[in-house]
Design a protein. Structure first.
Length: 562
């Protein structure tokens, strides 16, 4: 299939999609902004060009069109690259309005008088308030049509422009397959499941996977926008995320979009971007480590083996309800069935972590000697590692940072309002102490959490005492019997330096911090635990500002629903 047709098919597949609706209006909340690296900030704004950028990203040719939310920038991009025309072309980007700055779409076809398009952030009537993705028809001579940007498709472009008739296409074709390098699926697969420290210690030579991983990363830069924070030649967390985005673009979901290459998805990535071909698709790869390392480095726990030959699960299984990982849940359920007769804990019907599975896992925790909040049926590092060792499965990925101190709302101490100091230096000290207790690095977390503290409470102790004016300021039947909290204010009020409601503070409370909801150290720690779980932020925080806008000083403030 040609690149232009791929773009058209992807755009056409979105016809019928609608943005969010609130307060009687369409609100520009849509799925495309968060999915395009660099355009996350555009959520809630006009999204017609964001949609175009998303389509080209999904097609694996993100570099052939401008990545922007601005139509004027899009026009300038095509003009500066010598890819501009006043004539339609199949797969061209069509711009409307004065200077092309009003609207944009993708051309699916044209005839002598009309041009047929797919456009985002428009509607059936053409009124200013767009609501979704539609097919549209325009008269070619309509004064509202400003012109067309021509992506540099590998196959050339089918155009009505006389300058393109019977003339060489201005493009650089994809090289013949014989000129595209081969990569080893076995080596890439191993790297995708190995700790980064192991990858660093593989001995140099033709069997080192770093060159092959680098080819995959270059392809991902074109296909899904792999960021500059990825470590070249190492299958690290940003590379996993970019590969998972590629899998989702192919229609995979849940455990099938896990960031671990399969033969089909890797082949598609190589062929579609023209970066590589895949060889060695069977068997396993056994690395040779540098002479001073006779076995995999001991810088990581032994529960992260790299071999793909045994079943494996995600370390976050049972702790992050926002991720669909039924394969991991099923493996844990099978182990629990072997450990305890299912009749004793009522096996779940289906591969999801529901109350029955949680009960079974609680039995396992109690058998290991845990009790109270530590036997809550949510896997921790120690209990899950012991289950994996006993029942012969591996664990992949980083364990989520857990508080190991979850409490009940009734255990919260509401005393101490106003006893802590205000100001940025004080808040920085509170956040540093929380990170020390949690054994987390300050590199990304400290500036991000300081930004949140500034936006939520302006570093001001009186303000962080309590918020009695927002939508949370109410009582609910299942909290304190429907009455005010012990501090005399509505139960659901947001409290503390990072403004958590009591349920959130209790659920994500960090052991080693006080039960005082107004304690800024306890508040910061609970907020960090919440962010890691709710937004799937990496424990080292490298993707904090990417995933949590409220922590990013370069973007406007945006609540994060604590």
């Amino acid at each position: 299939m040609s690149q232009a047709q791929t773009v058209i098919n992807i755009a056409s597949g979105e016809v019928g999609y609608r943005e969010g609706f609130s307060s009687g209006h369409w609100n520009n909340q849509q799925k495309y902004s968060p999915a395009v690296h660099g355009l996350e900030w555009s959520q809630g704004q006009a999204w017609c060009h964001t949609f175009v950028s998303w389509v080209f990203q999904q097609a694996g040719i993100k570099n052939l069109a401008p990545v922007t939310a601005s139509c004027l920038e899009g026009v300038q991009w095509f003009k500066s690259n010598g890819r501009w025309s006043q004539y339609p072309a199949v797969g061209a980007v069509i711009y409307f309005g004065v200077g092309g700055g009003s609207h944009v779409g993708i051309v699916t076809s044209y005839d002598d008088t009309r041009v047929f398009t797919v456009e985002g952030n428009t509607n059936a009537s053409g009124s200013p308030e767009g609501d979704g993705v539609y097919r549209k028809v325009h008269v070619r001579q309509d004064a509202h049509v400003y012109g067309y940007g021509y992506p540099q498709y590998a196959e050339g472009i089918s155009s009505a422009d006389p300058a393109y008739k019977n003339a060489p296409h201005s493009h650089t074709p994809v090289p013949p397959m014989k000129d595209i390098p081969f990569i080893s699926f076995r080596q890439v697969r191993w790297a995708s499941q190995a700790p980064v420290d192991d990858q660093r210690h593989v001995a140099p030579g033709p069997d080192n996977p770093r060159d092959d991983v680098q080819n995959v990363q270059e392809a991902l830069r074109n296909a899904t926008g792999l960021g500059a924070d990825a470590q070249l030649g190492l299958f690290d967390a940003p590379t996993h995320q970019a590969y998972a985005a590629w899998q989702r673009s192919l229609g995979y979901s849940g455990i099938d979009a896990d960031g671990i290459p399969g033969v089909k998805s890797l082949n598609r990535l190589g062929l579609q971007t023209g970066r590589f071909q895949v060889r060695e698709t069977e068997g396993t790869y056994t690395p040779t480590f540098t002479p001073d390392v006779s076995s995999p480095p001991a810088t990581h726990p032994p529960q992260f083996p790299a071999s793909p030959s045994r079943p494996w699960i995600w370390a976050s299984v049972g702790r992050d309800e926002s991720r669909a990982i039924p394969g991991s849940v099923r493996i844990v359920q099978d182990a629990l069935k072997k450990e305890f007769p299912p009749a004793e804990w009522a096996e779940e019907h289906g591969s999801f972590w529901g109350p029955r599975t949680q009960t079974g896992y609680s039995w396992w925790q109690r058998k290991l000697g845990y009790n109270g909040a530590d036997a809550d049926g949510r896997p921790g590092k120690d209990s899950l590692t012991k289950l994996a060792s006993k029942y012969n499965f591996d664990i992949h990925g980083e364990f989520p940072v857990t508080s190991n101190g979850r409490i009940l709302p009734g255990q919260i101490d509401f005393s101490g309002k106003g006893q802590w100091s205000s100001g940025r230096p004080a808040c920085e000290g509170y956040i540093r102490e929380a990170l020390r207790i949690m054994n987390l690095p300050t590199t990304y977390w400290l500036p991000g959490m300081l930004t949140i503290a500034e936006r939520e409470t302006a570093y001001n102790s009186p303000r962080w005492q309590i918020n009695t004016t927002d939508s949370n300021a109410r009582n609910v039947p299942d909290l304190f019997g429907g009455r005010n909290a012990p501090d005399g204010h509505p139960a659901m009020c947001s409290r503390g330096m990072i403004q958590a409601i009591p349920q959130t503070f209790a659920r994500y409370h960090q052991s080693g911090t006080s039960f005082k909801i107004y304690d800024p150290v306890a508040s910061a720690a609970a907020g960090i635990n919440y962010i890691i779980h709710a937004y799937n932020v990496a424990p080292n925080g490298f993707d904090l500002t990417q995933k949590v806008q409220q922590a990013d000083p370069r973007r406007p403030p945006k609540g994060y629903f604590l």
